[in-house]
Design a protein around this ligand. Structure first.
Ligand SMILES: *Cc1c(COP(=O)(O)O)cnc(C)c1O
Length: 444
């Protein structure tokens, strides 16, 4: 290397690591990962691929874009409240704080008063029972599917699970409830037809079968209309009680009490009042909490499930328990807020963002959705900012990432599921994305 060799200008590792921005990145990503990036960029400079004077800038830029894992935060501008691809329910501030606190050592299985071991997650259980007093006991597990596996394994392995052909559902990503149930060793006893299943069909199955439980599933993501019939929970409860067979209601959506905005959506309190012995629901759909499966109902049944060996394999982790408790006892979670967002306010916000973005952009009526397989076909009337279709991609890959809805060749930005405090950031993101689209349009 001669004195004039440009490679002499490549900054030394210790100098680079002392740079405040790089040091901050090291706290976020770990020393080793940051050293790796520094080494790679220095190496590129030695090869002549990066100008030695640009080394610091290239390292900084690389580190800014590097994130831990896949949990990149996204502004949900789709109007879909429980968005499966965006991790379903966003947690409330109270739930986020509770998660942060629970990251350390916590009393998840300890009674601090007596110093002895306690049942896991007692506070969450109490919060569930307060929110749904109709339940004799409550158990939280990993997710709705885990709740279903635990219940059918404990109550019906080697025996029959009676289910209507009109309720044999497939949820997103090819997940079939029926496959899940059969994987537990229970036998499916399909009764009725796709559109009509009567109480007498259940009675016939109970009369001649070896039935572990009767399962009533809320077909959350589709509707059967026209010439239809089904037995209600109340009708079924009378029948199953007389035979001593447990009646399980899989509600999916997670409403604990009725919501006037969603009149057709079932809720745990009503299902239990109607006579279901056990209710199964997800924690991260309409309940607005963390991923969880909620089991509510008869104290003896819930006790049997809690003591089953499988319960250990599907148990909720301490972070989810903390988040669920805070969701139940704290302020309304974002899901509830977004579901009931005021139509006029949504329009005002959309117009305010539009005014900041500039010419050629208008606000149009737009229906939001419940999503997550809940309340199919129920529109949530609101407004969206209509943009050229290509803006959607620019918004997605921007910072922050914004997911809009593309419909009929238009990119629609719906503010329903965006916290009002983020409106300014959204306006900047939209303005930037429009700029990108206009420039790339101009140059072909
Ligand atoms: C969503 C849903 C499930 C599965 O719950 P997960 O929490 O996603 O595991 C089961 N049954 C019904 C009716 C559902 O809607």
């Amino acid at each position: 290397m001669t004195r004039s060799d440009p490679r002499r200008r490549i900054p030394r590792t210790d100098h680079l690591l002392a740079d405040p921005e790089i040091a901050t990145a090291a706290r976020r990503l770990g020393e080793q990962a940051v050293r790796g990036v520094v080494r790679d960029v220095q190496e590129s400079a030695r090869r002549g691929d990066v100008d030695p004077d640009d080394v610091l800038g290239v390292i900084r830029e690389t580190l800014v874009r590097r994130r831990v894992g896949t949990g990149r935060s996204v502004l949900n501008a789709t109007g879909v409240v429980v968005h499966t691809n965006l991790g379903r329910a966003p947690l409330s501030t109270a739930a986020r704080d509770a998660v942060l606190d629970a990251c350390g050592y916590v009393d998840v299985e300890l009674d601090l008063e007596s110093g002895t071991r306690s049942r896991r997650g007692v506070a969450t259980r109490e919060a569930l029972l307060r929110a749904c007093p109709a339940a004799g006991d409550a158990l939280m597990v990993n997710n709705g599917a885990a709740a279903m596996v635990l219940a059918t394994t404990a109550l019906a392995a080697g025996r029959e699970v009676v289910i209507s052909r009109g309720e044999m559902i497939e949820i997103g990503a090819g997940f079939r409830l029926t496959d899940l149930i059969e994987s537990t060793g229970a036998r499916l006893r399909e009764i009725g037809t796709t559109n009509r299943t009567h109480l007498r069909d259940y009675a016939a199955a109970l009369a001649d079968g070896d039935v572990g439980c009767v399962l009533k599933v809320h077909p959350s993501n589709y509707r059967v209309s026209g010439f239809t019939a089904e037995a209600t929970i109340a009708e079924l409860a009378e029948l199953t009680a007389s035979q001593g067979v447990p009646l399980i209601a899989d509600l999916g959506s997670g409403l604990l009490v009725p919501d006037a905005a969603l009149p057709d959506e079932p809720d745990a309190s009503s299902a239990l009042a109607a006579g279901a012995d056990l209710v199964i629901a997800s924690g991260d759909k309409l309940l607005g909490g963390p991923q969880a499966g909620i089991l509510l109902g008869d104290a003896d049944l819930v006790g049997r499930l809690s003591k089953h060996p499988l319960a250990r394999a599907v148990r909720a982790d301490k972070l989810a328990l903390a988040a669920m408790e805070a969701t139940l006892v704290g302020p309304l979670p974002p899901v509830a807020e977004y579901l009931h967002a005021d139509n006029g306010r949504l329009r005002q916000r959309a117009e305010a963002v539009t005014a900041r973005v500039g010419e050629g952009v208008n606000v149009v009526p737009h229906d939001g959705r419940v999503g997550g397989g809940g309340a199919p076909g129920v529109p949530l009337p609101g407004w969206a900012i209509a943009l050229p279709e290509q803006t959607a991609k620019a918004l997605r890959v921007g910072t922050p990432a914004v997911l809009a809805r593309v419909h009929d060749g238009v990119c629609l930005v719906d503010l329903r599921c965006i916290p009002e405090t983020d409106d300014e950031i959204l306006a900047e993101a939209v303005a930037h994305a429009l700029g990108v689209v206009r420039v790339s349009g101009a140059t072909g």
